[in-house]
Ligand binder design. Structure first.
Ligand SMILES: O=P(O)(O)OC[C@H]1C[C@H](OP(=O)(O)OP(=O)(O)O)[C@H](O)[C@@H]1O
Length: 283
């Protein structure tokens, strides 16, 4: 039975959004809804326009017999700015202060709505880049990596600071933990990453940058390429960071454990991704 346009549009939108970056042919939809390809093409034009106007993402249409359409998730500047500003307010609370200049994030990074937006933001930053895998270090970076990997439709790999026999044979690297000046070790299963992979590194928090620097070394051990580094938040750090090139969604720019104050502002993300001066309260 032929499906009405209104019903097709709802089902097609759901179908695309559940399969980011997946090419779906016109023939598939024509058969699914028992509709003419010309009607499906019109449907795709409506979805493409609406996705663009609402900042939902890009619907790439590929012409020809092997063509079809592919949904590329994105987020527009207004929604990105609104989320980041909401997070800065949320984090600027003294009961989030932890010893050593760390900030308690686990409640936020356990919320599906926050993880969805973080995944969209970071996927948007690398929308034009080839990413074969997202890398993070256990534990708190894992939900972020999973969300970003979902929106990029690529695997995520978890570097560990401990050895597990269930990981099989591993590659291990030693690294200097920037915040503690200690030599630490991290491991990654040899099965995780193919040589020549393009890798995006994400994590929840950066202080001295030692952990992220360790992941950079790990990527080199796998003869792969680091495409970028993006963290949810960067801490205030007096010393010289172990990495220079990275992006943060948020920046803890003032922590005072004596009088228990903390101030969080937007990180470098908005300027790097949207290239605009941040609003005056962020400057
Ligand atoms: O920039 P650095 O000075 O290296 O610090 C950032 C590290 C430390 C912290 O991890 P932990 O809380 O140590 O470990 P887990 O994520 O397992 O809780 C955080 O999640 C980053 O991975």
């Amino acid at each position: 039975m032929k499906t009405r346009r209104s019903d097709r549009l709802i089902d097609m939108t759901r179908y695309f959004m559940e399969r980011p970056h997946t090419l779906i042919s016109l023939t598939f939809f024509a058969e699914r809804y028992e509709s003419a390809k010309s009607s499906i093409s019109e449907d795709l034009a409506i979805i493409k326009r609406t996705f663009q106007e609402r900042g939902i993402g890009i619907l790439e249409t590929i012409p020809g017999a092997a063509g079809g359409a592919r949904y590329v998730p994105s987020i527009d500047e207004d929604e990105a700015r609104e989320f980041i500003e909401e997070m800065t307010e949320n984090l600027s609370s003294q009961d989030r202060l932890l010893p050593g200049g760390y900030v308690y994030l686990s409640d936020l990074l356990g919320r599906p709505d926050v993880l969805r937006q973080v995944g969209r933001l970071i996927a948007r930053q690398y929308i034009d880049k080839q990413i074969d895998a997202v890398m993070t270090v256990a534990t708190k970076g894992v939900p972020i990596a999973q969300s970003v990997a979902t929106y990029l439709d690529v695997p995520f790999v978890i570097v560990r600071r401990d050895s597990k026999i269930t990981e099989g044979s591993t590659v291990s690297v030693n690294y200097v933990s920037g915040s503690s000046e200690r030599i630490e070790k991290m491991e990654l299963s040899k099965r995780s990453l193919k040589r020549g992979s393009h890798v995006l590194v994400v994590d929840d928090f950066m202080k001295g940058g030692g952990t992220v620097n360790g992941m950079k070394s790990m990527i080199e051990e796998f003869e792969s390429e680091l495409v970028g580094i993006t963290v949810f938040a960067e801490g205030s750090f007096e010393g010289r960071r172990m990495v220079e090139e990275y992006t943060s969604l948020l920046k803890v720019d003032e922590v005072n454990t004596v009088n228990k104050t903390i101030h969080v502002s937007p990180g470098s993300y908005l300027k790097k991704v949207f290239g605009k001066q941040q609003s005056n309260q962020e400057a």
